[in-house]
Design a protein around this ligand. Sequence first.
Ligand SMILES: Cc1ncc(COP(=O)(O)O)c(C=O)c1O
Length: 431
Amino acid sequence: MADFDTLRIRAGYNSADHNYAVNVPIYQTASFDLGSIDRAQSLWSMEEAAAIYTRVGNPTVDALEKRVAALDGAYAAVALASGMAAISYTILGLTVGGGNIVTTRALYGGSEDAFSHFLPKLGAEIKFVEDRFDIASFEKAIDENTRGIYIETISNPNAEIYDYEALSELAHSHGIPLIVDNTVATPYLFQPFSHGADIIVYSATKGLGGHGNTIAGLVLEKGDFVYSPEKFPHFYEDSYKIKDKAGNRRSVIDIDAKSPLIIYIRAFFLEFIGAALSPFDAFLILQGIDTISERVAKQSENAARIVDYLQTREEVAWVKHPTAKGSPFESLKDKYFKKGAGNLLTFGFKGTEEQLNTFFNNLKYFSYHVNIGDVRSLIVNSPKTTHAELDSKHLEDAGIAADTVRISAGLESAEDLINDLENAFNEAFSA
Ligand SMILES: Cc1ncc(COP(=O)(O)O)c(C=O)c1O
């Protein structure tokens, strides 16, 4: 198996299959010729895997799926039109017919909001653990209807990290998968499947694409989790949608027992709800992945330098990042994040609201907007923006204090970024 740096450029694409095009071509077409009646039957019965219609598959999108699958050592992947589609399809796909997912409040605001208010209306019950740093608390929340444990590997916004291997052991002892959102870490910093996860979801909008120009998502399955028919009966149901050539109904498990969730998402969610990734957007994410190692390594380094700087400022009440002095995550970082701890950090701003406004208004190199993982450095007041949906109790449970400022470190020079912060602090506190 080739190294990560080779796979991120080469995996999932053979130019000989695409007129020797060096770059993955953009197959900008809605539909594909079926060729012959016999071939059409093979495609419909899933005996032959090839593109039919871009809502459920496209060669450019396929190259992206194969590339990210290779980076994470996944058995299968499906790309979608956004990270939220990847998350919602995964939760709904595991809880068809009822069931719950056990999770924490330390999540991207959109996920927290969907989990608290929207997905339960569609039948997916979500149980939030009392203490996310205590495995016993997860165990307490699991019951016979639990269909998975869900966490973010590096949480948004406070960059918390967890004991993934312990969570995986717990999940497996209850016959359920560990699902992780690996968006902030990216496969460059962290390989969830090597530490017990079974399903990965990504917002590829962030570090995978890395240029803040495309919304995209992915779901990956490792391929060795055994879904029991008692907990996941919908994977075993013979469906009119999936027939063999003779017209006999089959289940997603019949098609491929190693990736029933991915097949379910393709056969039902993409088919009936959509959220298909466009070939052009898949191409843009592939372009981003070409440089993922250099980008994420430097962003992690820049974040660590900013953390060091912020910890010297008296206007800063606290700093949260696994590299911060006094971080409770130091030993987990040493165990799981040997290549760096990511670009996301938060700090507490000690001044008044007016001083915070002056601080933001005087930043030259930090853009004030709600994305992360971009080549540009970004800054935002999370409780009023990215996590504004959370009520005060949920904000407190998520550890998001009212003074929280979030930074996503970009690729500018660390010196320029630190000088920019220094100048803005001086302006805000000059009076
Ligand atoms: C950790 C995390 N997961 C998922 C999402 C949602 O992704 P998207 O915006 O691509 O739908 C985000 C967006 O900020 C995120 O930060």
